[in-house]
Write a protein that binds this ligand. Structure first.
Ligand SMILES: Nc1ncnc2c1ncn2[C@@H]1O[C@H](COP(=O)(O)OP(=O)(O)OP(=O)(O)O)[C@@H](O)[C@H]1O
Length: 926
């Protein structure tokens, strides 16, 4: 055992207690009814130190033994007092060799002391430095957490992330020791700790800051800050919405070599030379989004570490862990994030490390910590997150596949796979459900409680969870649920395997305009939906936009998102510098939602050039340029006039002049955008009648369960566009490459399968047609009945069952299988108001059906069923290629057939499909 054991263990003991309280608070906040009457405060405060330590050990052991979430879990929900085998951890100062590590992993020598501590009013009798003052009347942890988001917006003391991460090791230990001597329970210890941190921060804040955002004028000399740590820690005084400084990679001293480099550059920059730009009234909460984005997921998000954001670096390599592992990601070399400690999830001591490892590692470059021994006790209990923050809040949101069988522990069904990327809060892994064969993205966050950064991170995570759980849109990454497992929080998200736009740009260079148009259109679609929910993303940039293999785009990383209640509200200093709107930098009033539009304009430029605007400037200089000049960024010549105009529209300095996302969807740059998706080959059914089942499978469970939820708001948003556009058949954009929907695979035989047939987890359709409900319809769809239907280039999504497949835009999609082909014949002739067209148009609770003269009340929509039925059967007829013969009229008979006839028809269809597939000419005869 290294010599630092004693000191470190003392620190660990204290941190453990604090962490317990912290996690307990999380549990209380997300406590499910099943958790019983968990008095968070008392429960947490009454915990004995020994219990806490013991549990920690248990957790640690559990982790090391089975890093997979699927392993037995230890829940913080259970009272430690209920754990008979809980045992204390080794005492500080005890050499590991002397710690009798039993099966329970308990250091025998530690027990008496711990018990003593436990008996002495539950506190660890650690020294308390007299220089540390307790915060008088400090609010309890609940309060802290409950107002976590507020804290950053209302507190007067900025939680400079640098403080926590850059305190000298001795001071840190001293502080930690101090906390442990408090006579309060663990929760109180956390409070004290927070007080200490705040105190520290306060002191730090009193120092001349290198840069002060806010009404306070920056008044510092860069010399006042140690280069290695604080130079780039922008001290961000709060304005209305400020407070704790963000989590901070900003404060991370060594996120990456590039950061170090950047630091030097910053030091040498004019700005840091003591010449702040007085005209730039930097205000805000100090939240500068994901520093992890900074270098890991796209950089330049302001989250504290300006060192990683002040300079645009074109070739950082893949900032994220590509599905194709890059050396950077896997190499432990100096440039790797792991080594750089770049992306510390929540707490610097957790970042960039293999949590499962008990290997000590440096903290702040000087201090070491280690994992505690692991008792054998592993207790699995429901996680508060699982209940209150999971998809359970929305019946239409699919929880993790395992939830149906094990609703209390979704994570137990997911196995952690390869690392996808790292962010501010933690690591993101592929999750695989070996029982379902499904994938997800698991964001793993280690929860710490001993500093303001952790609280801030927790706040943002909870905010992200809260928002995402209510957002269901094809262009927004899907949230499946979350849970706490031990001291880790797992957030289960839709897996978008293509990575971010940023990553694509870094790996493949600038995008072609058609791709830019498509991506932009989809981003806009997501933003329009998000804004319709009065929610602003605040961190739109390439790194936070994921792309799936089919070119579908999804907004991600809602850690900075905020629900706003009015048209405008005080703007927090959040975002990524290069993408940040002027009003955010200047804190002028404006429509909050418009900040996303500005960022979108920057993102368009990013897609066109691989760099955000003003990337030639250092970050702060760029911010000055954005916030204090009248200049517009250079728009590349190769962008079309429409593209240039689109960018100019977005980059209007007056936010009130910027079009809304819904309005921009009408911009010619994106209005006629065609989807990029390629046809999805439809596996051939092997057996006729069983082929029905095969066909269903072929469509994919994920597809079937990922249709967007029927959302009247969505319909309203899109229908409003429709109403402006007018319903002209000529506007119908039928993309090329019809795929599965017209395949005979989607024969009427499919109709007999109810949605539940897919996997028993699908919910009944709220828009099921009589045929569907009778169990005979919904061809092609496998029963999902979902139709993200875009007509007139409008995105209208209908869904039943699970929902949220990123489908959208200028294609007609049914059942997760998009009509990719501009096979106009199938739809040509459909006029607004025509029966078939009407059937394709969702009519429930939207304006479209009314405009089309369709019944809008009481008549379920099943247009896709009708269309699919007719298309399928037409394809089975002799004159398939003779498009004029296609009778898509809803009045065309749908003769009932016997099973044998259906089978025969299916076989014919299959044969014909095999003949036709791959031959697109038949669809282009006209
Ligand atoms: N749903 C997902 N599917 C695939 N990859 C993902 C997904 N979510 C995140 N990732 C990957 O993980 C990386 C980090 O994720 P994310 O940005 O959400 O974490 P974060 O902590 O919020 O980061 P940030 O520092 O940007 O706030 C991303 O850059 C991306 O590469």
């Amino acid at each position: 055992m290294p010599s630092w054991w004693g000191k470190s263990s003392s620190k660990e003991l204290k941190k453990k207690a604090n962490k317990e309280s912290f996690i307990d608070t999380l549990h209380r906040r997300f406590k499910s009814p099943s958790d019983g009457n968990l008095n968070g405060r008392s429960g947490g405060s009454r915990r004995l130190c020994s219990d806490t330590i013991s549990e920690r050990g248990s957790l640690s052991r559990a982790v090391s033994r089975s890093p997979s979430p699927s392993s037995k879990h230890v829940s913080r929900c259970q009272s430690f007092a209920e754990r008979p085998h809980a045992q204390p951890l080794p005492l500080p100062g005890v050499h590991p060799a002397n710690v009798g590590r039993t099966d329970s992993g308990i250091g025998i020598l530690t027990k008496p002391r711990l018990e003593k501590g436990a008996n002495s009013s539950l506190f660890l009798p650690l020294p308390r430095p007299g220089c540390i003052r307790n915060r008088p009347n400090a609010p309890d942890l609940d309060g802290d957490l409950a107002t976590a988001s507020v804290s950053s917006e209302s507190t007067t003391d900025s939680d400079d992330p640098a403080d926590s991460s850059h305190r000298s090791p001795p001071a840190t230990d001293y502080d930690l020791g101090t906390r442990t001597t408090t006579t309060s329970p663990s929760s109180a210890m956390l409070k004290d700790q927070c007080a200490i941190v705040n105190h520290s921060n306060s002191k730090e804040a009193k120092k001349p800051a290198s840069l002060s955002f806010g009404n306070h004028t920056s008044s510092t000399s860069p010399k006042r800050r140690p280069i290695s740590s604080h130079v780039l820690n922008l001290q961000v005084p709060q304005h209305v919405a400020s407070g704790s400084a963000p989590d901070s990679s900003m404060s991370s001293p060594s996120r990456s070599p590039m950061r170090a480099s950047s630091t030097e550059q910053v030091i040498n920059s004019a700005f840091w030379a003591g010449k702040p730009y007085p005209d730039v009234n930097f205000l805000g909460s100090g939240h500068c989004s994901s520093p992890g984005s900074g270098y890991n997921s796209g950089h330049n998000s302001m989250g504290g570490d300006m060192s990683g954001q002040l300079f645009w670096q074109q070739s950082r390599g893949s900032p994220e862990c590509s599905p194709i592992p890059s050396p950077r990601m896997t190499s432990p070399g100096p440039s790797s994030r792991v080594q750089s400690g770049a992306v510390t999830p929540i707490h610097p001591r957790a970042g960039g490390t293999i949590i499962e490892s008990q290997t000590s590692w440096t903290d702040d470059g000087k201090q070491q910590s280690h994992r505690l021994p692991l008792p054998p006790v592993t207790i699995s209990s429901p996680s508060p997150f699982s209940h209150s923050n999971s998809a359970a809040v929305s019946p239409s949101v699919p929880r993790s596949p395992g939830r149906a069988e094990n609703p209390t522990s979704p994570g137990s069904r997911w196995k952690k796979g390869k690392l996808l990327g790292r962010g501010t809060f933690g690591h993101v892994y592929v999750g695989f459900n070996s029982e379902r064969g499904e994938l997800c993205a698991m964001k793993e966050v280690t929860l710490f409680s001993d500093d303001a950064k952790s609280k801030e991170s927790a706040k943002q995570l909870m905010q992200e969870i809260s928002l995402l759980s209510r957002l269901q849109h094809p262009n927004i990454v899907r949230y499946h649920g979350s849970e706490t497992v031990g001291d880790r929080l797992y957030i289960y998200l839709e897996y978008v395997s293509g990575g971010s736009i940023y990553k694509l740009l870094q790996e493949y260079g600038q995008l072609g305009e058609l791709v830019i148009r498509s991506y932009t259109q989809q981003i806009l679609s997501g933003l329009a939906f998000l804004h319709s929910k009065s929610t602003v993303h605040r961190d739109i940039k390439g790194a936070n936009i994921l792309v799936d293999p089919n070119g579908r785009v999804k907004l991600a990383d809602f850690g900075m998102a905020k629900h706003i209640t009015g048209q405008s509200c005080p703007l927090s200093f959040k975002g990524s510098p290069y993408w940040m709107a002027p009003e955010v930098i200047k804190n002028s009033n404006g429509c909050n939602l418009a900040v996303d539009i500005w960022s979108l304009g920057c993102t368009v430029l990013e897609m066109a050039t691989t760099k955000p605007p003003w990337s030639q400037f250092e970050g702060v200089a760029a911010m000055f340029k954005i916030g204090n000049s009248k200049d517009l960024p250079t728009i590349p010549d190769h962008l079309s006039d429409e593209g240039k105009d689109f960018v100019r529209q977005c980059l209007q300095r007056d936010p009130l002049h910027r079009p809304t996302a819904a309005q921009l969807l009408e911009h010619p740059f994106v209005k006629s955008t065609a989807p990029l998706e390629r046809p999805i080959p439809s596996p051939e059914p092997t057996d006729p009648p069983p082929g029905v089942t095969n066909g269903v499978k072929a469509m994919g469970i994920n597809q079937a369960r990922n249709f967007p939820t029927l959302d009247s708001e969505k319909l309203a948003v899109h229908s409003s566009r429709v109403s402006k556009t007018g319903l002209l058949a000529s506007d119908l954009h039928i993309p090329r490459n019809i795929s599965c929907p017209v395949s005979p695979i989607g024969s009427p035989l499919f109709h007999s399968r109810s949605p539940q047939h897919l996997n028993g987890r699908m919910s009944p359709s709220p828009i099921a047609s009589p045929r569907t409900t009778s169990g005979s319809s919904t061809p092609l769809t496998g029963g999902t009945g979902a139709i993200p239907f875009n007509h007139l280039k409008q995105s209208v999504y209908l869904q039943e069952g699970f929902g949220n497949m990123p489908y959208h835009t200028n294609g007609m999609y049914a059942n997760g299988l998009a009509y990719h082909d501009s096979s106009p014949d199938l739809f040509r002739g459909m006029q607004p108001g025509s029966p078939i067209f009407s059937e394709l148009v969702p009519c429930e609770n939207d304006l479209i059906g009314k405009q089309l003269g369709r019944p809008t009340q009481g008549e379920p929509y099943d247009g896709q069923s009708v269309l699919a039925v007719r298309v399928s059967r037409q394809l089975l007829r002799d004159h398939v290629k003779t498009k004029p013969s296609l009778d898509l009229s809803p009045n065309s008979p749908l003769p009932s057939r016997t099973g044998a006839e259906e089978t025969s028809m299916f076989n014919k269809g299959k044969e014909r499909w095999n003949k036709f597939k791959g031959d697109e000419t038949w669809l282009e005869a006209d």
